[in-house]
Design a protein around this ligand. Structure first.
Ligand code: 4AD
Length: 460
């Protein structure tokens, strides 16, 4: 930012030269003391101190001006004019510690109305009880203000980087970016989590995933395809990790021999993403300052365990578990802990899930129909991906859709698309907000959703 570039600029100023500046930012904090005013200017994740001293001789700063500055409301947007100098001692409480501005002028560009909460409270560490607090609901009700905190600013830069790194990796392997429709005739993931709507008088729903379209694109011989787009789930789940609308990062690709080809892509993709995120030092620092977290540990290549191996680890830890049933949130967490202890990784792939635990389109394992060629992927013991090889035989697909209770009529064209020659294929869906949340060790998905949509929240 302009503020962070200042430190370099001041240090590069030659002897006898003056570093004259005019900076725009928000009034993060302001306090007056006699004939002086201390202003903390904020821009993005950066904060910088500006000082104003009444100078009788030069008359550049008057008492009236100190009064004007200290009377301005926090969060107003201001332009500060002055001289940037190396600070006598490091400026405490500001991200830019080595420089301050000796102000000569301050102009209010946009005045802020009284705030529903103090930004300083929203910047405080959750374990810091020394000052005021502001609860999550108040923050989310006023998300447009809440997003201004340095940690939030950095969180959404990380979120942006997750999407960018995903796209880079996909394009790097010549996958085609697709944009599938979000209004669909029927559900793709089954269950009751569908937002129904009327489409010109016909029943329709919001897409639960790009699943059906990305598979039909495979039948059109694009090679690998990927999409980053909204996903809608009418889930009445009040948990720390469920939203009613989230961003899905999906890919789908032909398979030559074995579904392990999909796991190879996921492995390379995530190592690439994690290596890239590690470079975002400034953002990670800003987030760590408010929400301290352990850096993510990951292996290269990533750890792969079969579902059966996972079940065995849980059973050895004393958990009673049906080996042909899905894992619960608790058992997933516990397995994450056991894996971390044993293999020293926060990221791993669990594959070959039981048939009962997977959607209708999942390919049964050729050697044992109780299992499937499918996988989930975990960060810190929580699911971020589910994926699989898909059934590309229309007869088996119809059979499985019926067995899973789907209305086959609503997905007729999808099933038909596999009748005209369909390559073996598979892919996965990644939850963007979950990746950002879990990479950063945050405790709630609402923290990584710009304007979260949950069962009760529809605004702002
Ligand atoms: O597990 P899901 O429902 O799988 C699918 O949508 C499949 N079509 C994917 C595939 O290609 N087979 O969703 C995929 C990912 C989850 O692992 C999770 O990260 C995220 O999407 N996700 C959610 N994120 C936030 N809120 C919710 N309600 C989510 N439901 C799933």
């Amino acid at each position: 930012t302009e503020l962070s570039a200042l430190e370099e600029k001041v240090k590069g100023t030659g002897d006898g030269e003056v570093c004259q500046v005019r900076m725009r930012g928000r009034l993060h904090a302001v306090r007056g003391k006699g004939k002086s005013a201390f202003v903390v200017l904020r821009s993005g994740t950066e904060t910088l101190q500006c000082v104003f001293f009444v100078d009788k001789e030069s008359k550049v700063v008057s008492k009236g001006m100190i009064k004007y500055v200290t009377g301005l409301s926090k969060e107003s947007i201001v332009d500060v004019e002055g001289v940037a100098v190396v600070a006598d001692k490091p400026v405490d409480g500001c991200s830019i510690k080595g420089v301050e501005i000796q102000g000569t002028g301050l102009f209010c560009v946009s005045r802020a109305a009284p705030l529903p909460f103090d930004i300083a409270d929203a910047c405080r560490r959750e374990d810091d009880t020394t000052g005021g607090t502001v609860n999550q609901d108040t923050r989310l009700n006023n998300r447009y203000i809440d997003l201004r905190t340095p940690a939030n600013n950095a969180i959404f830069r990380i979120q942006s980087a997750v999407g960018q790194l995903f796209r880079e990796n996909m394009l790097g392997r010549d996958f085609v970016e697709i944009h599938s429709p979000k209004i669909m005739a029927g559900s793709s993931e089954g269950g009751s989590s569908v937002f129904e709507l009327s489409y010109m008088g016909r029943p329709a729903c919001l897409a639960q995933s790009p699943q059906l379209c990305k598979q039909m694109a495979i039948c059109a011989d694009f090679g690998g395809v990927f999409e980053i787009g909204p996903v809608f789930r009418a889930e009445k789940s009040f948990t720390h990790r469920h939203l009613c609308e989230f961003v899905g990062m999906d890919f789908e690709m032909p398979i030559k021999e074995h579904y392990f080809e999909l796991l190879d892509v996921i492995d390379d993709l995530f190592v690439y993403m994690f290596d890239g995120l590690k470079q975002k030092k400034k953002e990670l620092e800003a987030i760590n300052a408010q929400y301290p977290f352990e850096p993510l540990e990951y292996l290269r290549p990533s750890l792969r365990l079969t579902f059966e191996e996972g079940v065995k680890m849980l059973q050895e830890a004393g958990v009673e578990i049906d080996p042909l049933d899905d894992l619960s949130t608790e058992t997933e967490r516990l397995l994450g802990k056991l894996v971390k202890e044993k293999y020293k990784t926060d990221f791993y792939i669990l594959h070959r899930y039981p048939l009962n635990a997977r959607p209708f389109y999942t390919m049964p394992a050729p050697d044992n129909p109780d299992y499937t060629n499918s996988y989930d992927v975990f960060i810190r013991g929580e699911e971020i991906i589910s994926g699989a090889q898909r059934i590309h035989d229309p007869v088996l697909l119809t059979e499985r859709a019926k067995a899973c209770g789907l209305d086959v009529a609503t997905i007729e064209s999808y099933i038909k698309s596999f009748s005209y020659g369909a390559p073996p294929h598979g892919g996965c869906g990644v939850g963007l907000e979950r990746v950002a949340m879990l990479y950063l060790g945050l405790n709630n998905i609402r923290k990584t959703s710009l304007f979260p949509r949950d069962p009760t929240r529809l605004t702002p």
